[in-house]
Design a protein around this ligand. Structure first.
Ligand code: SF4
Ligand code: SF4
Length: 473
């Protein structure tokens, strides 16, 4: 009997909430949330949506704030262009962001999912709100789903899915702008379709993917697809802050029980939970947080609002469901910064320091000067010796560069082959040959070390080392 009870109690772990016993899709109809935390989330979502849609259009020195162009392998972060040569730096920034997320999750749980993740913001703050507006709250939604097709159901479905699709189109455009940049996006939008068939197909495909995700697949992204969600088990520990039900307080000695007016619940041993199910009704992932921390919980705090409302109604202290750690709830201890969190913090600080250091080393160009292989030195009139070199320069800056070259450590001159300056468009590379001419009296050995400066006007951008061959000394 006891075993059966335990099995039943834990049966919620055997299935996900969007699949029924027959393996069919079970639609979730969360109750419209309201309360203090929901208001905070709403304000935050406005700011985040503004950023999300606005970032591709903001430019620094002509470059977007953020662009991840996997097609041309050009990555831009805060207006800084990262070319394939900088991939180590870009990769390091990505690793640092992952560690930041791990550290953040270890300490603050899955708060990112409920408050910052674009999937949740669009699902809960855009699509779900449109649904409440057109279909009504959860009870009306269930009724509408179960009723036969009539005019009322048809116009609501038509309006809802039309709006859903238009928003999916807007998201698809923004998503593409992060990849190809806003200028190219405008180009696609303002030119005939046949000139940008690839871009047109991409927008169409993305829009249907987003429509599918938000109209049909919905919360299942968090439940079964998102790798971050699946990693919670290894990132969270008993000291992590999560949305947690205070079972000590909620269950009391005799367990949760329905509310009875004027009853002294504490005296009869009943817990504070009045078993109203409001926390379950509002949950967008359909779980019962009273079963304990679950991977499905996105820490949206809707259940906290719902429970606080019921606690207030029944004259009990709020915070029966609250953001707290497992340890704090079980032992009444204070939350603390654990050794694991400290270790992650140290790694994070070190990585940030390395990135700052590498950024200071990162110039606006990358030059490599090599003496042309197989070429011997040549003796010229007046006792001069010449060596032939080849220079290859990658322009990492946001503008075209006109470069000249000068010897920095030896008396002599540089004679370019062809044009006097090497011109390189932004983000491109170019190469040119030049002669270094030094009088043999100024050479100290058969092989003399050379330092060559790369200049833009009078500004020294980079120094490169090579050597100069001359006669035996
Ligand atoms: S359990 Fe609470 S915090 Fe977690 S997803 Fe459900 S409503 Fe949100
Ligand atoms: S909302 Fe609060 S009181 Fe109601 S069932 Fe959930 S935990 Fe219990």
């Amino acid at each position: 009997m006891e075993n059966n009870k335990t099995k039943d109690e834990d049966s919620f772990r055997d299935r996900i909430t969007t699949v029924d016993d027959e393996g069919q899709r079970k639609w979730l109809f969360p109750k419209k949330p309201k309360g203090k935390f929901f208001n905070y989330r709403t304000y935050l979502s406005y700011v985040l949506l503004l950023f999300l849609f606005g970032i591709p259009w903001v430019k620094i020195d002509g470059e977007p704030l953020l662009m991840i162009n996997v097609i041309t392998r050009k990555f831009v972060l805060f207006g800084q262009v990262f070319w394939p040569q900088d991939f180590h730096l870009f990769g390091l920034i990505m690793i640092t962001m992952v560690i930041f997320i791990v550290l953040f999750t270890t300490v603050f749980g899955r708060i990112f999912c409920g408050w910052f993740c674009p999937q949740t913001i669009f699902m809960e703050m855009v699509y779900r709100k449109i649904e409440y507006w057109i279909d009504g709250d959860y009870k009306q939604q269930i009724k509408l789903k179960n009723q036969a097709w009539n005019f009322d159901k048809i116009w609501r479905r038509a309006l809802k899915y039309t709006l859903f699709y238009f928003i999916a189109v807007a998201i698809a455009h923004t998503f593409l702008a992060y990849i190809i940049g806003s200028d190219e996006l405008i180009n696609i939008q303002t030119s005939p379709i046949k000139e940008h068939m690839g871009g047109f197909i991409a927008i169409l495909a993305f829009s249907w993917v987003f429509f599918f995700v938000f109209a049909w697949f919905r919360e299942q992204v968090c439940l079964i697809v998102c790798p971050y969600g699946r990693l919670q088990g290894v990132m969270l520990d008993r000291n992590s802050l999560v949305v947690a039900y205070d079972y000590i307080r909620g269950e009391g000695k005799k367990g949760r029980a329905k509310f009875k007016k004027n009853e002294a619940r504490a005296e009869v041993g009943k817990g504070d939970c009045i078993d109203c199910n409001q926390c379950v009704d509002v949950c967008p992932t359909g779980i019962d947080i009273r079963n304990g921390t679950q991977l499905e919980c996105i820490n949206c705090t809707a259940c906290m609002d719902a429970c606080d409302f019921m606690m207030e109604k029944t004259n009990q202290e709020q915070g029966l469901i609250r953001i707290d750690s497992e340890n704090a709830i079980a032992n009444g201890t204070k939350n603390r910064f654990t050794t694991r969190s400290k270790a992650y913090s140290i790694i994070l600080v070190l990585l940030v320091a390395v990135i700052i250091f590498l950024f200071t080393l990162r110039g606006s160009l990358e030059a490599s000067i090599l003496r042309t292989p197989g070429m011997m030195f040549q003796e010229q009139e007046g006792g001069y010796i010449t060596n032939l070199y080849n220079v290859k320069v990658v322009n990492k800056s946001n503008k075209e560069l006109d470069l000249t070259f000068k010897l920095l450590n030896v008396k002599g001159s540089i004679e370019m082959v062809g044009t006097d300056t090497l011109t390189i468009n932004k983000g491109e590379s170019n190469q040119q040959a030049f002669f270094v001419k030094i009088h043999k009296d100024d050479l100290i050995a058969k092989k003399t070390a050379l330092v060559i400066g790369v200049f833009e006007g009078d500004k020294l951008l980079e120094e490169d080392k090579t050597n100069f061959l001359g006669p035996n000394k």
